[in-house]
Ligand binder design. Structure first.
Ligand SMILES: [Zn+2]
Length: 190
């Protein structure tokens, strides 16, 4: 639905012919130009239920603003060490495996961070309640504490560390080369 259609419908709801009132409809569309269409539709729907006369632009904007402030993100009062105020918990993964040890040495696989679930702080309310509740693994807590970082930053740094470690391992002498690299070499035809 376009804004002209939304406003035309609003006029019709209040028994005002949008074609006869074209300049006024255009005025509404112009005033509501910057509004997000979903929130605007919600605001107009509520006003239509509440009012018996056509709401003014100012009133629509006020209603719209009240939705917009609700959509605005939840913030933590105190810094959350568990998620770094992102509201979600990061885990360090290699393939589909969660890294549970700081000494993990991946065999040629790339390490990455991914969301494992929602934190328990206020910022987590910005995320879908369908995400499971989570908290950082003890190895990430331990690592982040030693690096004086929140667990979110800690997980990212740990990830970089592990990738560095695995790269330096690839460059190491033959007895340190990982099994998967050897297997790969054995498959070569020469
Ligand atoms: Zn948190």
């Amino acid at each position: 639905m376009t804004k002209i259609e939304i406003i035309s419908e609003l006029f019709l709801d209040f028994n005002r012919d949008p074609y006869k009132n074209k300049p006024l409809v255009e005025h509404y569309v112009k005033r509501l130009y910057e509004c997000d269409i979903t929130l605007l539709t919600r605001a107009i729907k509520e006003l239509t239920n509440e009012r018996d006369t056509l709401p003014r632009c100012k009133e629509i904007l006020a209603k719209y603003g009240s939705f917009e402030s609700k959509v605005e993100s939840y913030r933590n009062n105190e810094n959350c060490e568990l998620c770094g105020d992102t509201g979600v918990i990061l885990g360090v993964f290699i393939g589909k495996t969660v890294v549970t040890s700081l000494n993990y040495l991946p065999e040629g696989e790339y390490c990455y961070t991914s969301v494992t679930g929602r934190c328990s702080c206020d910022a987590s309310k910005n995320w879908s309640p369908n995400l499971p509740d989570a908290s950082p693994l003890s190895c990430i807590r331990e690592y982040s504490k030693s690096e004086k970082l929140d667990c979110s930053m800690g997980a990212s740094l740990l990830c970089t560390e592990i990738n560095k470690r695995s790269r330096s391992c690839e460059k190491a002498p033959i007895n340190n080369i990982s099994r998967s690299t050897l297997e790969l070499k054995e498959e070569l035809p020469f």
